[in-house]
Design a protein around this ligand. Structure first.
Ligand SMILES: Cc1cc2nc3c(=O)[nH]c(=O)nc-3n(C[C@H](O)[C@H](O)[C@H](O)COP(=O)(O)OP(=O)(O)OC[C@H]3O[C@@H](n4cnc5c(N)ncnc54)[C@H](O)[C@@H]3O)c2cc1C
Length: 219
């Protein structure tokens, strides 16, 4: 387990009891999220870009076509922040003020390096592919030289991180508990639907077990 340093950059000021700074809390959130948002500033202008990520140990991999602004900015050694958010439920309070969401979110900070060594780059691509659909990599065509050259992969070392987690019922109290309206939580699990076969598929390949059994979270 890693306990990340806590400084003004990652210390939660609002509802600090909901915060955590350890890899045991933060990594499962990073791993369950399918999408991250990478933020960076260029000449005082903030940008934010949604993209696929995969955690590999204590670093986060992102990739894209060579020449993208975000990747070039990270390649130049600049700091970024990256956030992921999982919404677990909608919290319906008795008061408008206390409406909320149950969530698990994580923010990481760090700077990146480009992965150029071919074996490491291939392993990073495997990691990203397996992140999208676990079990897929051994069954698909591996990237060829042209595809490898066209792809930039960046590893962001996690320097600092924070998580924030809200669970449970609405936060109403006092006289508001008697307000005559239903209150509670609408759970929002992510449940995959039946896979849809590509209409361009020419042979009747059966749906692989790892596709049929796909689940959003590891548990
Ligand atoms: C689904 C969802 C809905 C939310 N809705 C609202 C809303 O409607 N209004 C609202 O005010 N807030 C909401 N929040 C909480 C919000 O993310 C911030 O935590 C909060 O607004 C405090 O912001 P701040 O800049 O004052 O944070 P500060 O507490 O000053 O942030 C300091 C540091 O704490 C860490 N941190 C802060 N928030 C998070 C987080 N969510 N996850 C991980 N690390 C964090 C970061 O490293 C940050 O730099 C929501 C969060 C989620 C995930």
């Amino acid at each position: 387990m890693t306990d990340f340093d806590v400084t003004d950059r990652n210390r939660l000021m609002r509802y600090p009891k909901r915060g955590a700074y350890d890899s045991e809390t933060i990594y499962p959130i990073l791993d369950e999220a399918l999408v991250c948002h990478v933020s960076f500033a260029i000449d005082g202008q903030p940008f934010i870009i949604p993209t696929i990520h995969a955690r590999q140990g204590d670093r986060v991999l992102i990739h894209g076509l060579k020449g993208g602004r975000m990747l070039e900015h990270i390649e130049a050694g600049n700091q970024i922040a990256l956030a992921v958010t999982l919404v677990d439920g909608l919290v319906c309070a008795r008061t408008a003020f206390n409406h909320s969401m149950n969530f698990r979110s994580a923010v990481i900070y760090g700077s990146g390096t480009v992965i150029t060594e071919p074996a490491e780059k291939l392993e990073a691509l495997r990691c990203l592919t397996e992140r999208v659909v676990p079990g897929r990599w051994p069954h698909v065509r591996a990237p060829n030289d042209k595809e490898m050259k066209a792809t930039t992969i960046i590893a962001i070392a996690i320097e600092q991180a924070s998580a924030k987690v809200r669970r449970g019922p609405p936060g109403d109290d006092g006289i508001d508990l008697e307000f005559p309206v239903w209150a509670g939580v609408i759970p929002l699990p992510v449940i995959p639907q039946a896979p849809e076969t590509d209409p361009k598929q020419t042979a009747g390949y059966p749906i692989p077990d790892y596709i049929a059994a796909y689940k959003r979270s590891a548990d």
